[in-house]
Structures are given as C-alpha cells and as structure tokens.
Ligand binder design. Sequence first.
Ligand code: ADP
Length: 188
Amino acid sequence: MNIVLYGPPGAGKGTQAIKIAEKYNFVHLSTGDIFRKNIKENTELGKLASSYMDHGELVPDEVTIKMLEDTANQYPDAKGIIFDGFPRTIAQAEALDAFLEREHGQKVDKTLSLEVENEELIRRLLERGKTSGRPDDADENIISNRIVEYNNKTAPLKNYYVQQGKFYKIEGVGGIDAIFERLAAEIE
Ligand code: ADP
C-alpha cells in the first residue's frame, strides 16, 4: 500500500506519518528528514538542499526525485510506504507514479490531505521553531515563503489526485490522536 500524506507546512504530516508507519508497519519516507540528515552530515546533497531550504524554497525536482527513488529502493520488501512531504510538485507526482509502476508494478493508493487553515499553520510553525532547531521554522519570512511555494507548486497536486479519485480530505485540527483516528479510518 502506498499512501501519500499531503498538506501545507505545519499541517502535521510528520507527526502523523510516524504514527501511521508504527501502526501499520509501513516504511516512512520523509524527504524533509532525508534532506536534514544530509545537511547534518554535511554531504554534497545536504549543501545543495540547504541552499534552498534556508530560503523556504523547494529543492529542485531532479535532485529530490533521485534521492527519493534511491531511498525507496532500499526497502524492496516494504509492506507499505507512507510518503511524507513528497510529492510536492506535479513533476514529482508523475515521477512517483512512473517509479512505482516501473519498479514494483504498483501505484499510489490514496492521498490523504491534512486540512488546516493558514493562521493556524503559521502559529504552529513559529511554536515549533522555538524548539525544533530548524532555521526554516524560526523566521516568519521563511515560513511565508514556504507557504507561497506550497500555494504555487504543491496546491496544484490536489487536482492531479482528485482526477484519479484518490484524494481524501482529513480535518487536521484537533488532538493528535483524534486526527490519527481519522487517517486510520481512511487507510482501513
Ligand atoms: P514542512 O512540511 O514543515 O515544510 P519538510 O520537512 O517536509 O517540512 O520540508 C522542509 C523543506 O525541505 C521544504 O521547505 C523544502 O525546502 C525541502 N523539501 C522537502 N521535501 C521536498 C520535496 N518533495 N521537494 C522539494 N523540496 C522539498
């Protein structure tokens, strides 16, 4: 089963993806986490990624797609994968479909969209910035830019998945467990 967790920055994708992976024994693939790991280890990929992430911009598709495919290939026997923060552009979504088909004869089963209003997102991100150590959460200008990037490049994905009948809206406000129950109901 291949699940895409979709939604703006601060919607709670990471928190919920961890819980889903745990409950269903799925592999959790977070492109943001993989980029941050590379930044920490000071790899070439990390240096490149941080030059975009520090401004709240998306990392270029080519780089992101290759990294995602390389990582996914490390789990040939995965029972399921939860994609967190990927795809974020139409090109990434098309690449993911092609990859799943080519390598595994599979497809994206469902895209679960965490729905949260803009004001609440900014509030959450600034709050997270106090403790996360993430430079992109600490500055309101960078946060705004991430939301602009989301609206320009990621929001169009909704239609991509709606057209395929795979798009499911999940109310992303409330307690972590309550939101998780809503996601789990859709997965089952
Ligand atoms: P959030 O969802 O809170 O923005 P992420 O950890 O998913 O946090 O992403 C952090 C940053 O990593 C993004 O602002 C972007 O620069 C980069 N990034 C993550 N995933 C992708 C992706 N699929 N395509 C391009 N850039 C990405």
